[in-house]
Design a protein around this ligand. Sequence first.
Ligand code: TLP
Length: 341
Amino acid sequence: MIDLRSDTVTKPTEEMRKAMYTAEVGDDVYGEDPAVRKLEEAAAAILGKEAALFVTSGTQGNQIAVLTHCRPGNEILLESESHIFYYESGAVAALAGVQTRTIAGNRGAMNPADVKAAVRPSDQHFPETGLICIENTHNRAGGAIVSAANMEEIYQIGRENNIPVHVDGARLFNAAAAAGVPVTDFTINCDTVQICLSKGLGAPVGSIIAGSKEFIQTAHKWRKRLGGGLRQAGVIAAPGYIALTKMRTRLAEDHDHAKRLANGLNMINGIEIINQIDTNIVVADVAGLNLTSEAFVEILKQQGILSGSFGPTLVRFTTHFDVTAAEIDQAIETVAKVSKQ
Ligand code: TLP
């Protein structure tokens, strides 16, 4: 099987598995796990924030951020197809008791003028705008990079109105690698950030949230409330540390593979690649084959290629370190074959 469903499917490397085995551990709820501390300190330094917290998943990290920044009855501003809005099971409503106000973006980037216009004036009728969320790279926009300049303008609006800005940076290191800049070029333009260790970086589990010391202190409490206070968590933090410190530099390879895949698929009659390939996500429209995405995904699966339905006729392919260039070519050949039938 060539698994292009997501970059979440990677298996831990040999080095990660060894690190799990040898990790020095303690009870992290007491703050006594050396491997967790090492990961959190490294993450805070790399992300340019005062402090960081190891959390179980990207979803948990985003939710802790919303819970920490907001009060029930607040309104949060976020892009119309952002993960927090689209893919987190309505958690912001169910857990934080906030309402969402979505802003349609261009390739995942919200227009700062739209964000400014959506900020609520002080009036007893209105909810208070409690948070602005930016997603970078933007998943449903096909791994599009939101520019640091766009983030800076939105962050400025946040500061002028006393509204914090959170970045869902599940794939922020992909953005940094593709733009050829340090990740701090992005994180300087937000109060808090969530990054996933278990996507392109290849760790088996875990995310990091980072921000001010004060934010992380409150976030600790929310993590505990959500059942995310883990004990000898060093066994999962240790591979996370390797992911964070050693896997960032190879993300460019995934981006090259995505371009190779997109170019190959685009040559096939009936398939149209609809996104600009900034990073590791390729979105194909299969309407020209007179198939639904679900039917197409199923046919491909029978031929040993896994992909994901991304809309009625849209199919997502995501590259990652467990897929080689030869397998990308094999995937293109297979799609060409099934498209002729
Ligand atoms: N995205 C997953 C699915 O949930 C769609 C994927 O396969 O792409 N933010 C962004 C931008 C994400 O893409 C994801 C995961 C998350 C947050 C949540 O991370 P996890 O899965 O660790 O909760």
